[in-house]
Design a protein around this ligand. Structure first.
Ligand SMILES: *Cc1c(COP(=O)(O)O)cnc(C)c1O
Length: 365
C-alpha cells in the first residue's frame, strides 16, 4: 500500500486489556508518561514499497536487531499532542494537522520517509477508536498521544535508512500542575547550547533532547527547575527551554515578544499564543531578544510577564531566572494576568467550552 489512499488498519484487539477497575485506578491519578493504554499503532515503511502494514495491536515490546540504525545514529523523530474530553461529551484534538505537517518537516530534516498527513491523522483516529475509554473525564486531564518514527533497518553504515517504523502510543496525563500553574524557575546555561544554525533545532527529534539533559541537570544543581538556552553563535539571545517556547509581555506597551523561528522548535502552542495575543490587541514581535534586554527590563519593571508554553504544560509563568552572576524575577513576583488569561482561553477552546473561531479543534470520537 503506497501513501495517498487512506490506510486500512489491521485491527488486532489486545487479548488481555486492563479491566475497567484497573483503568479507573490509573485514571484517578495518572501522573505524566507513566501508564499506557491497551493498544498501539504501527505502520512500516520500506524503500520501494512505501508505507505498509498499518496495524492496531496490543501495546507491548518491539523486537529489534542490535544493529538497528536508530540505536547507533539516532535517526528518530516524534510528536506530542493531547486528546481531550470535550464539554459536549465528545473527544477532541487540537490542531493535529499542524503536528502532522511538523512531523513531515522533522522527517525531511532527518532524511526519513514522510508519512502522508492523512495517514498521520488516521493513525490517531484508529488508536482513539479502540482506546477511547482511556481519555480522562476531568477538565485538567487528557490522553497524551505520542507518535514517533525511527530507522528500523539493521545495518551499521552511515547513510539514511531504507526502513522505518512509525508508532503511536498513548498515555493518560493528569493536571501538569496540581494546584494551578506555579511559576517555574529557569537556569540560563552559559556553557551548553541546544541548537546551532543549520543544525536540528527546528526538528522534533530525540537527539535534541539527549543533549538537553546535561544542561537540565545543571539547572537542577543550581536550584532551578528548567534550563533556558542562549543562541549558539553569540551566546546572547534567548532561544527556548528544553521543550517549551518562551514569551515576554510588556503590558504598558501592549506588546508580546518571542524569539523568531530558525533554531527553535515551531511550537503549535507558540503559534496559537501569537494568534490569541494579536486578537487581544497586543502587538507581537518575533525577533532576537537578548538575555541583557530581558534582565534590564525585568529589573526596571517595564517587562510585566514571562511565560513558557508547550502542549504538556499549556502556559506556565516564569518566576526566578538565575545565571552564574545572580538572579532576577521575570514576572514581577507572581503569575502574570495575561499568562493566566491566555492559558484559560486556550484550555477552554481545547475542551470545547469556548467558541473556536480559528477552527483549531476537531472531533475524533
Ligand atoms: C514540542 C516542543 C515545544 C512545544 O511545541 P508544542 O507544539 O507547542 O507542543 C517547544 N520546544 C521544543 C524543543 C519541543 O520539542
Amino acid at each position: 500500500m503506497i501513501g495517498g489512499d487512506l490506510p486500512q488498519f489491521d485491527i488486532r484487539p489486545n487479548p488481555r486489556p486492563r479491566s475497567a477497575a484497573e483503568r479507573a485506578e490509573i485514571l484517578a491519578n495518572p501522573g505524566f508518561g507513566l501508564h499506557f493504554t491497551d493498544h498501539m499503532v504501527t505502520i512500516q515503511y520500506t524503500e520501494g514499497q512505501g508505507w505498509h502494514d498499518p496495524t492496531v495491536q496490543a501495546y507491548g515490546p518491539i523486537q529489534m536487531s542490535p544493529a538497528t540504525a536508530v540505536l547507533h545514529y539516532a535517526q528518530e523523530i516524534f510528536e506530542g499532542m493531547k486528546a481531550y474530553h470535550r464539554a459536549d461529551g465528545k473527544i477532541g484534538l487540537f490542531r493535529a494537522d499542524e503536528n502532522a505537517r511538523r512531523f513531515q518537516r522533522s522527517a525531511e530534516r532527518m532524511a526519513m520517509a514522510q508519512l502522508p498527513e492523512e495517514w498521520f491523522l488516521a493513525s490517531l483516529q484508529a488508536l482513539i477508536d479502540v482506546d477511547k475509554s482511556w481519555v480522562p473525564d476531568d477538565e485538567d486531564s487528557s490522553l497524551y498521544l505520542r507518535p514517533f518514527m525511527f530507522a528500523n533497518e539493521a545495518f551499521l553504515g552511515v547513510r539514511p535508512a531504507k526502513e522505518f517504523l512509525y508508532c503511536v502510543i498513548a498515555s493518560p496525563a493528569g493536571a501538569y500542575f496540581k494546584s494551578g500553574p506555579k511559576p517555574v524557575s529557569l537556569w540560563v546555561s552559559q556553557e551548553y547550547t541546544r541548537a546551532a544554525p543549520g543544525g536540528t533545532g527546528a526538528a522534533k527529534c530525540g537527539g535534541n533532547y539527549a543533549t538537553s539533559l546535561r544542561p537540565q541537570s545543571e539547572a537542577i544543581e543550581n536550584g532551578c527547575e528548567q534550563v533556558v538556552f542562549l543562541d549558539a553563535v553569540h551566546r546572547k539571545y534567548i532561544d527556548e527551554l528544553g521543550g517549551m517556547n518562551i514569551f515576554f509581555v510588556y503590558e504598558a506597551e501592549k506588546k508580546i515578544v518571542t524569539p523568531e523561528l530558525g533554531t527553535i522548535l515551531a511550537g503549535v502552542t507558540r503559534d496559537a499564543v501569537l494568534t490569541l495575543g494579536r486578537d487581544l490587541g497586543y502587538r507581537v514581535e518575533e525577533r532576537q531578544y537578548s538575555f541583557e534586554e530581558w534582565k534590564a527590563d525585568a529589573l526596571s519593571g517595564s517587562l510585566s510577564e514571562t511565560f513558557a508554553c508547550g502542549t504538556a504544560a499549556v502556559l506556565t509563568p516564569v518566576g526566578t531566572v538565575r545565571d552564574h552572576t545572580g538572579e532576577f524575577h521575570a514576572s514581577g513576583g507572581k503569575a502574570g494576568e495575561l499568562t493566566m488569561k491566555l492559558r484559560q482561553t486556550l484550555l477552554d477552546i481545547q475542551h470545547g467550552k469556548a467558541a473556536d473561531p480559528y477552527g483549531w479543534t476537531s472531533v475524533i470520537g
